[in-house]
Design a binder for this molecule. Structure first.
Ligand code: COA
Length: 375
């Protein structure tokens, strides 16, 4: 069996709380003042270096980010806490990531003209799962009343494209008629808001994608999956050491490496050429000229990164229509970013138009999905 596959629906959950760069910088700088005042004697004696302030201008220039949506802004903006406050829920309540996933999934299902009865497989693909088990995917499956099976997968910022390929394989082989793939990202919970180099990088969001057999699809607008291509190569330049073994280590359980850490410059230099080569090779494998691609739905981490990747591919700057930007409002939402771009920027494409979703990030990992718009 080799059933052709389409994306027939997408959904987006956006948290209710927006936080501007100015608000984030103000809280960061209040933390700096508090720290420097509390450690004034050690700083004066040269024992400690004073912390340096953050700046709105730097953030916009270095990243292109203006604002982000967070699951909780009060805890993040409190200079004595600088971490979202998300109360623990009892085991009988829907967990917070599942709640985001269900909201995005309902929109994707409606978009696809599908109900729970049409879905055979649920994937939760994200950078961080709030617990190891039971799998979030099974909780989402239960909450929506879906039969069949589900499991979680994590390839950091590339989780959605890896999830799409997993869904495509299951549909092509006849294991599933339709798959729901969701990306509930609470990046604010793994971000170190006290780290000047990265406190502005991430936001929270959840995306959902319905994929199904093309011959069964009923949605008016679908996107045929022409091909998927994934690659990984080990790197320590983006890393998070949080894990179940932390409590077994005799020391350092609270160290900053239990949150997101990165060598931003190295990531920039190493990942951009990798992504451009990956997309170029993928298009060549399918006999598609880069100039024939009408839209690049790229991972949304950094504006200059996306501009550089597009320039390498096209030999010129991409327009905002060709490579839509959502990171200005959403910041880096990890695996959800390229899917948000796809969700918000596809309606205007003509039938037959080609586009490519591409994610990239920790691992390193790169994924691409070539799509053709159906009528
Ligand atoms: N406010 C003001 N100045 C800051 C600052 C802040 N918040 N953070 C760093 N700076 C300063 C640094 O101290 C440094 O000063 P110096 O030149 O006097 O030493 C200068 O700004 C440049 O710092 P650098 O860390 O080299 O910035 P950058 O231009 O590389 O931008 C990133 C930082 C993170 C935005 C950028 O490297 C990036 O986006 N990399 C891509 C990786 C990524 O986004 N990964 C996410 C997972 S895919």
């Amino acid at each position: 069996m080799n059933h052709p596959v389409v994306i027939s629906g997408t959904g987006l959950f956006t948290p209710p709380h927006a936080v501007s760069n100015a608000e984030l910088v103000s809280s960061f700088n209040a933390h700096v003042s508090l720290f420097n005042a509390e450690h004034a004697a050690a700083i004066a004696s040269g024992e400690l270096q004073p912390l340096q302030e953050s700046s709105v201008d730097f953030i916009l220039k270095a990243s292109g980010i203006k604002s982000r949506f967070l699951m909780d802004r009060v805890g993040v903006l409190d200079p004595r806490r600088m971490c979202p406050s998300l109360p623990e829920r009892d085991n009988d309540s829907l967990s917070v990531q599942a709640e985001m996933a269900v909201a995005a999934a309902r929109e994707a299902l409606a978009n696809a003209g599908r109900t729970a009865a049409d879905i055979d497989m649920v994937l939760v693909a994200a950078s961080n799962m709030q617990r190891p088990y039971p799998a979030l995917a099974i909780e989402v499956q239960g909450a929506l009343g879906i039969q069949g099976f589900g499991f979680d997968l994590n390839v950091a910022c590339s989780s959605a494209t890896f999830g799409i390929q997993t869904a495509v394989n299951a549909i092509q082989s006849g294991q599933a008629r339709a798959v729901l793939m969701v990306n509930p990202e609470i990046c604010s919970a793994h971000l170190n808001f006290r780290d000047r180099d990265s406190h502005f990088i991430f936001g929270d969001a959840c995306t959902a994608v319905v994929l199904e057999r093309e011959d069964l699809a009923q949605a008016r607008e679908t996107f045929a999956v022409i091909g998927t291509k994934l690659v990984t190569t080990f790197s320590n330049n983006i890393r998070n050491n949080f894990g179940f073994l932390n409590r077994t280590a005799p020391t350092d359980q609270e160290k900053a490496d239990k949150l997101f850490v990165q060598q931003g410059r190295k990531v920039f230099k190493e990942v951009c050429p990798m992504v451009a080569e990956h997309i170029g090779a993928h298009l060549t494998e399918h006999g598609i000229e880069t100039t024939a691609v009408k839209r690049f739905w790229l991972h949304q981490a950094n504006l200059s990164m996306n501009q550089l990747i597009a320039r390498r591919l096209l030999g010129r700057d991409a327009t905002e229509t060709e490579a839509p930007v959502i990171l200005d409002r959403y910041a880096n939402t990890s695996s959800a970013g390229s899917i948000i771009a796809f969700h918000l920027h596809r309606a205007d494409l003509e039938p037959g138009a080609l586009g490519i979703i591409s994610s990239f990030g920790a691992g390193y990992s790169v994924g691409s999905v070539i799509l053709a718009k159906r009528g």
